[in-house]
Design a protein around this ligand. Structure first.
Ligand SMILES: Cc1cc2nc3c(=O)[nH]c(=O)nc-3n(C[C@H](O)[C@H](O)[C@H](O)COP(=O)(O)O)c2cc1C
Length: 544
């Protein structure tokens, strides 16, 4: 059978789409992958560049600290430097990403097995994997965090393993550090709610067998995106990727292990993971924003590296957030949380789930935007539901109203300051999983803080001019040629329920220049039986 047709873009099609959209920067100057490459792209995330202006970087002239040159170019940020880049990979508008995930998970399309795939145009095995400049040592694997990381690491890889009991295949994005030209250290999260590959490893270990494994680099974007997505145990990621593109993804049998890999991948690294011996792995700077220190982790003996003739090596920039790693998770996780609360739990009035990204990395702080006026019991169902969907997500969960922008810390503090009463609107929960580094304080668990910072009743309007006055003033501002405005919500007043027609009419008279009429009217309401600061609504009724 000849090479199969594909009904979806592969990774190189995707890079071309990014270029056509002006979202790819090609760097032809020599760049050292060990010291320069990731720090250069890092500036895009630490240099005050808005997300909409972030780009993917293609390095065509890759060198290293041993003054070697690499034939294979490296691309960083091509999967998710921004939501726009991710949406191009998904083949849908940003607004449709959530629905696309829900549809793909609900209606997966199993992969199609083909006999040959571009990912095996070049096959390297045996002695050709051993020694300086061979095997993994011939791949342009960058060092993510020079100065802290102990090795070059694969970061944009989907790790394929098979459940030896059920036969289902899993794909998870796990880091893997180079140890030798044919040896990789693999880190699968072992705690509850961690990596599915780890559960497979435990099964092979119980059988006294080694675990076959394949690292897939640069699969079609839909395949790359299912790696970091948290799917239920036993759900096959390749079928969900098929659901994303609406067609089966082509897969071929790996050359040296009994696993299926995406036929159009750029590079595949095959091998066996030992289930008896573990080896120290890391330091490696992690997505929770600290350096992960040395732990015992798995070791994979590489049996084959296969790749396209013109392969491109993808790398994800992670570590302190925001990063490509947090964008790739944000756009995938937020819609799942929304679907969980709104459709699975049936909580009324949930509008949006927003996971806080800068520095905290999504999992720790979650905001739920709720419609005004939903019963408080629904707000609390949303809070409990959001903190229990995933073991590691939801250390602080805060419910807010629609007018509070969860990405604006000032707005969140505003809601906490005026719409929540700590005595009434806060709960702490115990027995939560630990995520990220932590100073040991005994019990080895974390806890959760839930806050209802929604309006519990009516409040007076926001103290800014009504919208029409601010809009008119903006036109005036622009006519005067003053500096460009970036309106920040709230930028106009609006009612929060506690307002009356009388006050509206008085304000209207004032802007018409008729404040004297207001003065005449209030003069008729003078009284001597109240103290200063008494609300007109609280003053005793006058005898008629
Ligand atoms: C760039 C990146 C690196 C990651 N590294 C790891 C890792 O080293 N180990 C791990 O268990 N999860 C890692 N994750 C998170 C997993 O990919 C994620 O939890 C995924 O849902 C796991 O899939 P699984 O449940 O099928 O194992 C990483 C995610 C990203 C985006």
């Amino acid at each position: 059978m000849s090479k199969a047709q594909k009904a979806y873009p592969d990774f190189q099609d995707h890079i071309r789409s990014l270029e056509a959209a002006g979202l790819l920067i090609t760097v032809d100057a020599p760049i050292n992958k060990d010291t320069e490459m990731h720090p250069l792209v890092r500036w895009q995330f630490r240099g005050g560049i808005p997300e909409a202006e972030r780009k993917a970087f293609l390095f065509t002239n890759v060198t290293d600290s041993r003054r070697r040159k690499y034939e294979i170019p490296v691309v960083i940020g091509a999967l998710a430097a921004s939501g726009t880049i991710y949406s191009i990979g998904m083949g849908v508008d940003i607004e449709a990403i959530g629905k696309t995930w829900s549809r793909a998970i609900a209606s997966p399309i199993p992969p199609r097995t083909v006999q040959r795939g571009p990912c095996q145009e070049v096959v390297i095995t045996g002695k050709d994997l051993e020694g300086d400049g061979k095997g993994l040592d011939a791949l342009p694997v960058p060092i993510s965090t020079p100065g802290y990381d102990c090795a070059p690491y694969l970061t944009a890889a989907n790790c394929v393993t098979r459940d030896p009991e059920t036969g289902t295949q899993n794909m998870g994005t796990y880091r893997a550090g180079l140890k030798a030209s044919n040896r990789l250290a693999v880190r699968m999260v072992a705690r509850a709610g961690g990596a599915e590959g780890y559960l497979h490893w435990e099964k092979y270990k119980a059988r006294g067998e080694r675990m076959p494994c394949a690292f897939v680099l640069g699969g079609p974007p839909a395949v790359a995106y299912v790696g970091p997505q948290k799917l239920r145990i036993g759900v096959e990621e390749m079928a969900v990727a098929g659901g994303i593109v609406g067609a089966p993804i082509n897969q071929v049998k790996a050359k040296t292990v009994d696993l299926m890999v995406p036929a159009e991948a750029e590079i595949v690294i095959e091998g066996w993971i030992d289930t008896e011996y573990l080896e120290p792995e890391a330091p490696f700077a992690e997505s929770h924003g600290h350096v992960a220190l040395e732990d015992y982790n798995m070791i994979m003996e590489v049996t084959a590296i296969t790749h396209r003739r013109n392969a491109v090596f993808p790398s994800i920039i992670s570590q302190v957030t925001p990063s490509e790693s947090s964008v790739i998770k944000r756009v995938a996780y937020e819609p799942l949380f929304l679907t969980h609360l709104r459709d699975h739990l049936g909580v009324k009035g949930v509008i949006r789930v927003s996971m806080h990204e800068p520095l905290t990395n999504l999992r720790r702080v979650i905001f739920i935007q709720m419609e005004r006026g939903v019963p408080q019991t629904e707000v609390w169902r949303a809070l409990y539901g959001a903190c229990s969907l995933q073991a590691l997500c939801g250390k602080y969960v805060i419910a807010i109203n629609e007018d509070i922008d969860p990405t604006n810390g000032d707005a969140v503090w505003w809601a906490l300051a005026y719409r929540a009463d700590p005595k009434l609107d806060i709960q702490t929960l115990q027995h939560r999983s630990v995520y990220g580094p932590r100073v040991e304080r005994g019990e080895g668990e974390d806890s959760t803080l839930l806050i209802d910072a929604t309006l519990k009743g009516n409040l007076p309007p926001i103290a800014l001019p009504k919208r029409e006055y601010m809009e008119h003033a903006k036109e005036l501002w622009e006519r005067l040629g003053l500096p460009r405005l970036e309106p920040e919500a709230p930028w106009h007043g609006y009612s929060l329920g506690d307002w009356s027609e009388d006050w509206d009419e008085a304000a209207l008279r004032a802007v018409k220049g008729e404040y004297l009429e207001n003065g005449r009217r209030t003069a008729q309401r003078c009284r001597s039986d109240v103290r200063p600061n008494t609300s007109i609504r609280k003053a005793p009724r006058k005898p008629s």
